[in-house]
Design a protein around this ligand. Structure first.
Ligand code: TMP
Length: 215
């Protein structure tokens, strides 16, 4: 069966990942690929409703974890799996690494429960787990991210957390990257927009996902 390419974009709030998704989409489209740009939590009508709750309503870490995985289940079934089956490129602004980083690292929630939920929600019919083929991890010092966020939009429940929260989120991302080094590409995010964009495109070229022509 034809299989597409699944790429996730990760990093702490303020790392600037979302600005680069469009450049990646443009590069794939230039090479004739169909691209689906999506995000988590979100990406379907149901998952966007759950996103709104997770970002704005008070709840405990277990509720948070259950809601992000419920949103992910719907997103996988309605959007991601059909797109991959068509052979499309799926660019997803955050995926399960964010749950391990924010609910696991930031909130200190039980990683074994998250692992169990991951197994249920991402199970593939023939066995194994749905994971991105590549995760671009935009790594930024939490102190720099905090400075960027202070000058930006009205904060949601996560963006309003103190820097100590983001230190823990950052460490949890580093642990996920260490545990699955082949899947992760670390992008140095404390650089100019253009330098970060080039680093992202290079990471895709090095893995043979984009052809070598300059973009
Ligand atoms: P965004 O602002 O990058 O779209 O992400 C929304 C927020 O949701 C961000 O602060 C991280 C948080 N989040 C979680 O806490 N758990 C998750 O599983 C996901 C996907 C996002």
């Amino acid at each position: 069966m034809q299989q597409g390419i699944f790429i996730s974009f990760e990093g702490i709030d303020g790392a600037g990942k979302s600005s680069h998704i469009q450049a990646v989409a443009d590069a794939f489209r230039l090479q004739g690929k169909a691209v689906v740009q999506t995000r988590e939590p979100g990406g379907t009508a149901l998952a966007e409703k759950l996103r709104d709750m997770v970002l704005h309503d008070a709840m405990d870490p277990l509720c948070e974890a259950l809601l992000v995985f419920a949103a992910r289940r719907d997103h996988l079934q309605q959007v991601i799996e059909p797109a991959l089956a068509r052979g499309d490129v799926v660019l997803c602004d955050r995926f399960t690494d964010a749950t391990f980083a924010y609910q696991g690292g930031g909130r200190g929630f039980d990683l074994r429960v998250l692992t169990q939920l991951e197994q249920w929600v991402q199970a593939l019919p023939g066995g194994g787990l749905r994971q991105p083929g590549l995760t671009l991890w935009f790594e930024l010092d939490p102190a720099v991210a905090a400075h960027r966020l202070a000058q930006a939009r009205v904060p949601d429940r996560f963006e309003s957390q103190p820097q100590t929260f983001f230190n823990k989120v950052h460490l949890a991302y580093a642990a996920r990257a260490h545990a699955d080094a082949k899947r992760f590409a670390r992008i140095e995010a404390d650089a100019s927009m253009d330098a970060v964009r080039q680093a992202v495109l290079n990471a895709l070229r090095e893995r043979g996902l984009l052809s070598a022509e300059p973009t």
